[in-house]
Write a protein that binds this ligand. Structure first.
Ligand SMILES: [Zn+2]
Length: 262
């Protein structure tokens, strides 16, 4: 038996014991492969989801399924847009089907507690649809004992902690946080070796109109692809936010799956 929370590193009997015999929660991290400026890696979103899922799984004796790295399209006004080099997105229907099928496969082998952990704003409604369809199709197949908790972990951050973390730093609004202070601080805490702070340029905040245009307008977005600045981010501020979001995630899963082993 290997001491790990990662499904990929477990043998089939380790996995079966944790998930089927002990009724453990299976956490499915979802993110994106998306540019995050010059200073953050393309995998920022899925790396953060995976980090949160692993930390939560340690506390809950859960199992982390291999992450869904590719995901929904980057939007100009929330992610810098699909034209950016290195951004690789799926069509919405592909993402819906992919996540639905993974959930159904987990359930087919006896997982009853499933948590979808998301960090990429644009995934939101597609993942809702995956969960609706998975539950519906499982019921039709006679499996009606599955419950899914879906959380964008950023929702666990309270205004109070956000204010503390952003003390002395302008908050542009959640929709402009792409590659900005929030993600930079979290990455400095979780993956400091992947962040190059010196690469953050001086740029003005984008001024978006209250609508979208297709095909997208690349000149709406600052050259870096960041929608606000991460220059003042620190690992300590990232830890402050991440600790609270992690606690909220763990609390949510304990609340919804009360018989989870301690
Ligand atoms: Zn991101």
């Amino acid at each position: 038996m290997v001491n790990t929370v990662s499904m990929s590193e477990m043998s089939k009997d380790d996995y079966q014991r944790r998930v089927v015999d002990q009724g453990g929660v299976v956490l499915l991290p979802v993110g994106a492969v998306e540019q995050h400026g010059y200073h953050l890696p393309l995998g920022t979103d899925w790396l953060l989801s995976d980090y949160m899922a692993r930390e939560a799984a340690v506390r809950l004796n859960g199992v982390v399924a291999p992450p869904i790295m590719y995901a929904s399209r980057s939007q100009i006004r929330t992610g810098g847009g699909p034209h950016q080099c290195g951004t690789v997105s799926l069509d919405g229907q592909t993402l819906i089907g992919l996540v639905k099928e993974v959930i159904k496969e987990l359930a087919r082998h006896g997982a009853q507690k499933i948590a979808v952990i998301d960090s990429h704003f644009e995934n939101r409604f597609f993942l809702d649809e995956s969960c609706y369809q998975a539950i519906r199709e499982l019921k039709l197949a006679g499996i009606d004992n599955v419950k899914i908790v879906k959380m964008q972990f950023a929702e666990g951050l309270t205004d109070e902690t956000r204010a503390k973390a952003y003390e002395g730093i302008p908050f542009a609004g959640r929709h402009l946080e792409h590659g900005g202070f929030y993600e930079t601080a979290l990455m400095l805490h979780a993956y400091p070796h992947l962040v190059t702070m010196a690469s953050i340029p001086e740029e003005d905040l984008p001024q978006f109109p209250p609508y979208d245009v297709f095909p997208e307008q690349p000149d709406w977005v600052p050259e870096s692809g960041n929608l606000s600045s991460g220059k003042l981010a620190t690992a300590a501020r990232g830890k402050l936010m991440m600790d609270e979001m992690l606690e909220a995630l763990v609390d949510a899963l304990r609340q919804e799956f009360p018989d989870i082993s301690p």
